[in-house]
Write a protein that binds this ligand. Structure first.
Ligand code: AMP
Length: 201
């Protein structure tokens, strides 16, 4: 199967080919058409399977199809700052022929540059839960136009004790949205989080 068969825009196909990808991985083959159709989904995928492109390509396509600059429309929650940076770099690589903007929000660094980036307005926020809540408490996030939520490496987020933070973030998001959850393992706890994140809309 080729990337051309997945329904992706030419700008994204070009970027993917420039990354040297020849064929979509199994998780990409399964996820991309569903995600492009706006469906909610739970993906069981380890790191290294290509799951980042599986959710980023459909998000980039959705945001580029109808530009609304300086408006937060996609939130990607990740367990660590390293993963936040990786997802941010991937979104820039896959989105290099589009004008979608993204920023990363994580702890252990100063709040101020992040606050400035958020106040300028950005399409995609990639964040660890704790620092995102710090910004939310200061009124730095406007979720009224949010369309897509991704919970990436959900099992690691729960292992790191982020469940209460993630639940508080979920409570602040519009109910009508697309939600995608990825986890290496689907434990009872991950399943409960998936039910909560994917229900009510
Ligand atoms: P991930 O599982 O998203 O962390 O991706 C793991 C690695 O696979 C990254 O280095 C990606 O650049 C690479 N990758 C993602 N999709 C593909 C693909 N379709 N073909 C080849 N490499 C890929």
């Amino acid at each position: 199967m080729s990337f051309n068969a997945l329904g992706l825009a030419p700008e994204l196909l070009r970027a993917v080919s420039e990354e040297g990808y020849e064929h979509p991985t199994p998780i990409q083959q399964e996820t991309i058409p569903l995600a492009l159709a706006g469906r909610d989904l739970v993906g069981s995928a380890q790191t290294g399977t290509g799951k980042t492109a599986a959710f980023l390509l459909p998000i980039l396509q959705r945001l580029a199809a109808e530009r609304r600059p300086h408006t937060l429309r996609a939130l990607i929650l990740v367990p660590t700052r390293e993963l936040a940076e990786q997802v941010l770099q991937s979104s820039r690589a896959y989105g290099r022929h589009l004008s979608v903007t993204a920023t990363a929000i994580y702890g252990g660094v100063g709040m101020e540059p992040q606050t400035r980036a958020l106040s300028r307005g950005v399409d995609i926020v990639v964040a660890t839960p704790g620092r995102l809540l710090d910004h939310m408490e200061r009124g730095h996030l406007d979720y009224t136009q949010l369309e897509v939520l991704v919970l990436d490496e959900a099992d690691r987020m729960l292992d790191m004790g982020f469940a209460p933070d993630v639940r508080r973030i979920l409570a602040a998001l519009p109910e009508e949205r697309q939600t995608m959850l990825f986890s290496a393992t689907i434990s009872v706890e991950v399943d409960a989080l998936a039910r909560q994140a994917l229900s009510g809309h």
